[in-house]
Design a protein around this ligand. Sequence first.
Ligand SMILES: [Zn+2]
Length: 219
Amino acid sequence: MRKIRQLVVHTAAADIANVDVSEIDDWHRKRGWKGIGYHYVIIDDRHGSLPDGALQEGRPEEEVGAHVAGLNRFSIGVCCVGHGDRRDFTVKQKDTLTDLLAQLAQRYDVPVENIIGQREVNRLIDRGEVEEEFRTSKTCPGTLLDMGKIRRLVASKLGASQPAAMAPPKDLIDAMDVIAANERLLGNALGEWRCFFFSGEMRGLSRPKSFRNRGSRAE
Ligand SMILES: [Zn+2]
């Protein structure tokens, strides 16, 4: 499997109808490339036969793409049809985009902060991670697309696929309520109990109401 470090979002930058994989494939062949440079294309609401938000495969993921100079080797390129400077991508496009990015991030173990818009390659250059010669003046995937918001949506989709936090058994909750109600009588025992109860492992569990407020003081 090709090592993937970044997932890069693009716009087709064409404010016209019926743009899809075959159309973009034509454009890129005319540039002398071996075919479409993106790995995925997401259709908008102006296509004659494909629905809004439809996902099309371009260049196979295993092949290095042609979409972002300096990062092609270790990235996957996803193109949203439309023009991100002139018209926001559709709700369905963004939904397909964030679903796809979440799947790819999981499959290739790419951290959410490494999901970038093409223009954000400049941030990697600023940090010295990419050569200066690859600096871009492009606004791709478009000034109307908030990449921070896209990353937050992907993060929440990834979070939703994690197993839910385990709830403590009911009798433990009852026991904690009794202890909390008798706090005065327990002295040091309560301190020890708290060390356990507010440990990292326990903190992930939901707590009975009676302990919740005390938590901040004990930490
Ligand atoms: Zn681009």
